[in-house]
Design a protein. Structure first.
Lengths: 461, 178
């Protein structure tokens, strides 16, 4: 193993992945107690309540949309994509960090991921749910969404497989399915633990049902590990492909500002960037309020901050190349698009995004900032706002003044746009609160493998 | 074959090392119908009971191939055979445009086969299993390690096997009723 699994290598002097002194029993008790025996705190009730209310707002906004149609949103010609697509790309990008942590860091043999992968995967699932709502609602007749899939039908027509929008349907639905499977497979042994620990009859039955009779047999573990590793190997190219395909929605078109080959890598980097920001926004309060600082240590926060810094720089490179290519190819419409982006009516948003995504995160170079929980939280919020602005700028500034001057227009979101957006934020928060309350938010069996006592001594090898 | 009166005998251990040693000794003694239980995966233990290879990778390969080939053929059949649209004479089997969906279907097929194949190979879901009749077995999902020798093993003998297990220095040995 490349790294001391307990992270206590004296050489590096870095904080450990798990605080010393834990045993199999205490790790199990500490994590399962949050679900099984700890009383529901007031903070949880309030947080869940806010999420629940916003989810009701979402239902209201969606119901009104179903009654009136997409005209209640700010979209029109020339900007027909608007908030729906901005939010779709933003949410799906946030999901990417979960898969990166659970799959790519597993393959790279980074044991520090074991304490944050579970809730990061949950974050992925809920973020993809929020993302998926937007294009469906944007369809105009969302109840006919199944027309997107190739199924034998009486209309005798099929989806157009040469269209990136159809690719996107396959990419996002595959991504959701695989993320759900990966998350659930990871949960099975821990559900078994909860089944064996639960006191109430109902909890035992519910966890027992979900654990499917898992008994930790050596044969089962062997097949299990093999399947888990292969799922990680499958999820890794998948996660890269998903945001690549999302960027194709733009890049395959001929709209100035969209038609560029830098989009796939720069979208993927941006996705991971915003995803890690969301991981920090969730991890920092969790470790504080549930006293999990021993398991989600400063090392995790530090590593996440470093990944943000790197992906942020890749995103900055993407902006730079966009500008350079516009200048280099000297094409009138492209040139105008860039000028309009830097100095047009939406320029303040562009400069705000440069501040949020490029300038502000540079403070992460400082170790002191990376050691400060408050500073990390603030930076993460700034990055989340910045990445949302990036998607807004890409979608709106490219569309609102395209080839024909006569068809120029402005785009302003309506209150229904905002209510739908904040509704999904609430839905995301509510789902996270439910997850934390009813399922182990840290993978218990993977935490056990981090302990020194999990090592099999040489005599038995 | 007549059903033995009990399911087997189970010994409890404190550490992964003890379990790995005990499992190996039991295998060397000639027991083949046995299994070990631990709260996390231990490679040495599955090797010790003679379960070195998992068939999951093969299942995943089959799933991936089915997904990928099926995905491409679906697009080919739809776009070139069943519903051809001639756009300025461009080829109907425009394979570069079909790569994305083919790739996604490959991943989807492989992932579904990985999960459901793993569950099927493990015979899960299994609502009832005799090992849960042992009260202490609840700790197999926390911090204890168990070795179980099934009564249908050819070498199994109620008294002899119990003596053998007791000789492995376990915390205790218990009978597993059906």
């Amino acid at each position: 193993m490349a790294e001391d699994p307990t992270g206590q290598a004296p050489r590096t002097g870095r904080p450990p992945v798990i605080a010393p002194g834990y045993t199999f029993a205490t790790v199990t008790d500490k994590i399962s107690a949050i679900v099984l025996s700890r009383r529901t705190s007031m903070g949880w009730v309030v947080g869940f309540g806010v999420g629940f209310i916003l989810t009701m707002v979402l239902l209201l906004a969606v119901s009104y949309l179903l009654v009136k149609g997409v005209g209640i949103w700010g979209i029109d010609i020339p900007v027909a994509w608007g908030f729906a697509i901005v939010n779709f790309v933003w949410w799906i990008g946030i999901g990417h960090a979960g898969t990166l942590i659970s799959a790519i860091l597993l393959l790279l043999n980074q044991p520090w991921r074991n304490s944050i992968n579970r809730f990061a995967e949950a974050m992925t699932l809920f973020a993809v749910m929020c993302a998926g709502m937007f294009p469906l609602l944007h369809l105009g007749r969302p109840w006919l969404f199944y027309w997107l899939f190739p199924y034998p039908n009486t209309m005798q027509v099929w989806p157009q497989f040469r269209s990136p929008l159809v690719w996107d349907v396959f990419a996002v639905s595959t991504y959701f399915t695989v993320s759900l499977l990966f998350w659930f497979v990871g949960l099975i042994p821990d559900l078994g633990t909860l089944r064996d620990r639960a006191h109430s009859r109902f909890a035992r039955a519910a966890y027992g049902f979900l654990a499917m009779g898992w008994r930790g047999s050596a044969r089962h573990w062997k097949n299990y590990e093999s399947a888990y590793l292969l799922l990680a190997g499958l999820a890794t190219p998948l996660v890269v492909s998903v945001h690549t395909v999302v960027s194709f929605d733009f890049a395959i078109s001929i709209v100035p500002g969209w038609h560029t080959t830098i989009f796939p890598p720069y979208f993927v980097a941006g996705a991971i960037y915003s995803g890690f920001a969301m991981v920090l926004v969730i991890a920092i309060p969790i470790r504080k309020y549930y006293g999990l600082g021993d398991m989600i240590t400063m090392r995790h926060l530090d590593n996440s901050a470093k990944i943000m810094l790197v992906t942020g720089l890749i995103v900055a490179y993407g902006y730079l190349i966009e500008g350079f290519m516009t200048w280099y190819k000297s094409e009138d419409f492209d040139f105008f698009m860039m000028k309009n982006r830097l100095m047009g009516p939406y320029a303040p948003l562009y400069w705000a995004l440069i501040f949020c995504n490029i300038l502000a995160p540079q403070v992460l170079w400082s170790r002191r900032v990376r050691q400060s929980v408050g500073a990390l939280f603030t930076i993460s919020i700034v990055v989340l706002i910045g990445m949302w602005l990036e998607r807004f700028v890409i979608v709106i500034t490219s569309l609102h003044r395209d080839f024909l001057t006569s068809s120029w227009g402005m785009y302003y979101p309506t209150r229904w746009d905002w209510l739908t957006f904040w509704g999904t934020v609430g839905f995301f928060g509510m789902s996270m609160y439910l997850f934390i309350r009813f399922l182990p938010m840290i993978s218990i069996f993977e935490m056990r493998t981090l302990l020194p006592e999990a090592e099999v001594e040489a005599e038995a090898k | 074959m007549k059903r033995p009166p009990i399911f087997g005998l189970m010994a409890e251990f404190d550490s992964p090392t003890e379990l790995a040693l005990a499992a190996r000794k039991a295998y060397e003694e000639g027991y083949r119908r046995l299994d070990a239980y631990s709260p996390f995966p231990i490679e040495e233990v599955s090797e010790a009971i003679g379960f070195g290879h998992s068939r999951v990778p093969l299942v995943v390969l089959v799933g991936g191939l089915l997904g990928g080939i099926g995905g491409y053929l679906m697009q080919y059949w739809i776009s070139a055979l069943n519903y051809p649209i001639n756009v300025a004479g461009r080829p109907l089997n425009s394979w570069p445009a079909f790569i994305v969906v083919t790739f996604e279907m490959t991943i989807l097929g492989a992932a579904l086969f990985a999960v459901f194949g793993m569950l099927a190979l493990n015979r899960l879901p299994m609502p009832y299993h005799p090992v849960f009749n042992v009260e202490r077995f609840a700790f197999a999902s926390k911090d204890r390690f168990f070795l179980c020798i099934y009564a249908d093993d050819r070498k199994f003998d109620r008294a002899q096997t119990e003596k053998f297990l007791a000789g492995l220095n376990p915390k205790n040995v218990s009978e597993v009723p059906h």
